[in-house]
Write a protein that binds this ligand. Structure first.
Ligand SMILES: [Zn+2]
Length: 279
């Protein structure tokens, strides 16, 4: 699943194509499993910005008369990706499979939402009112690369829960945007066992430092490409070669050469070093 660095890369690539554009027409897949909500309200509206919160993209729409301000909320789910088609002579849509939604813009470009497994989401909601339609977004913790995310916040959050540290990182309420890849990476870097249920202030501070470092480095390299994740231009993120832990089980630890192990934590496959990362 795309995490903060991947979604941030998508945001940066989309912004110049979408900001200020009017949506002339919208098509979406009527499949019963599709997670689309009020998407028809996009037609005729301008997209005024492309923002990100956790793993969500937020696109505010220009106000329609005196009506409430609206926002398009977009989540890529497990396998979603976005492409911009700027060449009407050779439409991408005819060569791409699993296109679930299409936004035609006033400059002739088309935004395509591909999603083989249909876990992605497109919802138009009243700006900031997420509770009813996208409750996860309503309860998101602070952005990890913002000043609101402090070592104290992380330490307090970990101290008040009996869940494993990895489950807490994946939960989104303690900190937004972290998924399986960057949880494994940060825990390895901070030398914390993923299943650990007691993380004191010193280790929480190390984990804070590790999260910020790992996420910043991954944003800089436009994320990690794996399975279906692609950037808007169809290219790959470059963080994969920097992975120390995620998906590296069976390989030697880059710090101590012990073979990395795999276990299931919080229902997710987890790689860790049995020597560096003790409970
Ligand atoms: Zn090690």
């Amino acid at each position: 699943m795309p995490e903060l660095p991947e979604v941030e890369s998508v945001r940066r690539q989309l912004a110049p194509h979408l900001t200020g554009r009017r949506v002339d027409a919208v098509w979406w897949d009527p499949h019963p499993h599709a997670r689309f909500h009020a998407v028809d309200r996009l037609a005729g509206r301008h997209l005024t910005a492309v923002r990100r919160r956790g793993k969500f993209l937020l696109l505010p729409l220009d106000p329609e008369g005196s009506g409430a301000a609206l926002e398009l909320v977009l989540h890529l789910g497990m396998t979603g990706s976005l492409r911009i088609d700027t060449d009407p002579a050779r439409p991408l849509a005819t060569t791409l499979s699993h296109v679930r939604a299409r936004l035609e813009l006033d400059d002739g470009a088309v935004l395509l939402f591909r999603d083989p497994r249909r876990f992605g989401r497109l919802s138009v909601v009243e700006a900031g009112r997420y509770d009813a339609v996208v409750p996860t977004l309503a309860r998101l913790g602070p952005e990890p690369l913002s000043d609101a995310f402090t070592p104290q916040h992380l330490a307090r959050g970990l101290a008040t829960s009996r869940a494993s540290v990895k489950a807490r990182l994946l939960d989104q309420r303690l900190v937004a945007g972290v998924g399986n890849i960057y949880a494994d990476e940060a825990l390895w870097r901070a030398r914390i066992h993923p299943a650990s249920r007691r993380v004191g202030a010193t280790r929480a501070a190390a984990l804070h430092t590790a999260l910020v470092a790992v996420l910043s480095a991954a944003v800089e390299r436009e994320g990690t490409t794996f399975r279906d994740y692609q950037m808007v231009n169809g290219q790959s993120g470059r963080y994969a070669q920097h992975l120390d832990a995620y998906g590296q089980h069976g390989r030697p630890c880059r710090r101590c050469a012990t073979t990395l192990r795999r276990m299931v934590v919080a229902q997710r496959t987890t790689s860790y070093c049995p020597r560096c990362q003790r409970i």
